[in-house]
Design a protein around this ligand. Structure first.
Ligand SMILES: Nc1ncnc2c1ncn2[C@@H]1O[C@H](COP(=O)(O)OP(=O)(O)O)[C@@H](O)[C@H]1O
Ligand SMILES: [Mg+2]
Length: 224
């Protein structure tokens, strides 16, 4: 079974959508639309009557609801928004891990977003980073939900996450990046699906925009 991301052009690039139960990494620099894409995924779930959890390391519940509203999305029902402080998660990881497990099970969650693990990763050593990410993945897998986890990209290599771990623990990987034709040309936004286990996905970079309608991916357009 495939889950629509709520972005038709991206669904086409993915070969129909995200396979149920997958953990998909979304990597991009600041302002490339990681939060916007995540909101589409959650609001599409809400529209279909699925139970959704949006975990944010960046924004408060109010701000997330407002941002969603600015895109015409309604997150009033079927959604739980959890604000996590990176330092609190680091200092009491097991407690948070148990709370997440309980909430996921009790709520019967079907779609999960963890928006921006980079702040948390910054606080960790390499080993702890891997442990934290694989724990998040395990919790999602055990719950049977489908998840998107976002991360900043590496500043020298936009196809990799900042710490190079998310791409290994995830079943699929979507990369968002900015490119500029010339010094005085407008920045264009480009989406690519770099990996999606057992799916015949497109590998072609495609342009996208973010407007008051949210993210639109032009899956038939060539990047020029
Ligand atoms: N309502 C809107 N109308 C037009 N563009 C928007 C709107 N909301 C966000 N954007 C654009 O999207 C960018 C931020 O997207 P966001 O999803 O927050 O990125 P990220 O999470 O990757 O940092 C903004 O910098 C802006 O260019
Ligand atoms: Mg963001």
């Amino acid at each position: 079974m495939l889950l629509s991301t709520g972005i038709p052009g991206l669904d086409k690039m993915l070969g129909g959508g995200i396979p149920k139960g997958y953990v998909v990494g979304v990597i991009g620099g600041y302002g490339t639309g990681k939060t916007t894409l995540s909101l589409h995924f959650i609001s599409e779930g809400v529209r279909r009557g699925e139970r959704c959890i949006f975990i944010s390391f960046e924004e408060d519940e109010e701000s997330i609801i407002e941002t969603a509203k600015s895109f015409g999305m309604n997150l009033e029902s079927n959604v739980r928004i959890l604000r996590l402080e990176a330092e609190v998660v680091r200092d009491s990881f097991e407690k948070i891990e148990n709370e997440m497990k309980t909430i996921f099970t009790d709520f019967g969650v079907e779609r999960v977003v963890i928006d921006n693990i980079s702040v948390l990763e910054t606080l960790y050593s390499e080993r702890e980073r891997y442990k934290a990410l694989s724990t998040f993945k395990r919790i999602v897998k055990e719950s049977g939900a489908t998840a998107i986890i976002t991360s900043e990209s590496d500043k020298d290599n936009p196809l990799h996450s900042k710490y190079g771990i998310l791409e290994y623990v995830s079943d699929g990987l979507i990369v968002l990046r900015m490119a500029r034709g010339g010094e005085f040309e407008e920045v264009i936004l480009i989406a690519e699906v770099l990996k999606m286990r057992r799916m015949n996905h497109s590998r072609k970079p495609r342009p996208y925009t973010i407007s008051e309608r949210g993210m639109e991916v032009f899956e038939e357009a060539e990047v020029v």
